[in-house]
Design a protein around this ligand. Sequence first.
Ligand SMILES: Cc1cc2nc3c(=O)[nH]c(=O)nc-3n(C[C@H](O)[C@H](O)[C@H](O)COP(=O)(O)O)c2cc1C
Length: 216
Amino acid sequence: MNYLKGEKFELTFDHSTTLDHKPRVLILYGSLRDRSYSRLLAQESAKILEFMGAEVKIFNPYGLPLFDNDKSIDHPKVQELRELSLWSEAQVWSSPELHGNMSGVMKTQIDWIPLTLGAVRPTQGKTLAVMQVSGGSQSFNAVNNMRILGRWMRMITIPNQSSVAKAYQEFNEDESMKDSSFRDRVVDVMEELMRFTYLTRNHSKQLVDRYSERKA
Ligand SMILES: Cc1cc2nc3c(=O)[nH]c(=O)nc-3n(C[C@H](O)[C@H](O)[C@H](O)COP(=O)(O)O)c2cc1C
């Protein structure tokens, strides 16, 4: 089959926005420390998303084994993570920047989510927002690399993102985030994630349909 001779390009317009269920958002964070700012940023995002009408679940990475597709595949934490990814229609990834990159804890979680689980694709076509915290001045290494990871997982990564510099200055003792332009940006990002999730949810089948895969 040759595209130019055989198939014709098809596009389906659906102007409805399905509002029959709340956006289901899975939040992942990338640290195991007791007072982890990437976790606090994840919690703040959850509060904002719930206020906007989402149903939110946060995965606790404590106890997740190092990635090993041979031995640990039946581990309960791996199963929990995979089920949450299947359940979600949107995700937020909140990582610390460590050595100019996302943390190993963050990357391990994504490594444990397969592109395909039988006929199901646990991440494909889902919306994604990326965020990072840093100890130093504002930088974008972790969010940039998570964008690459989102592409690899075939997700719809939204344009806006959050990078919280000197994160140790930005949270209160009760773990809430201080009012600041950083927090305003988090609200912007969550609004955009909600909009992209509502606007693409009827279309994800069409958006991830590939000629090369139909052909195969
Ligand atoms: C090993 C290590 C490497 C780090 N590398 C960076 C870095 O490259 N850039 C930066 O701004 N902060 C860096 N930091 C600071 C962390 O980003 C900061 O402490 C952050 O809050 C850690 O995330 P957590 O609070 O969620 O554990 C590093 C910290 C550690 C322990």
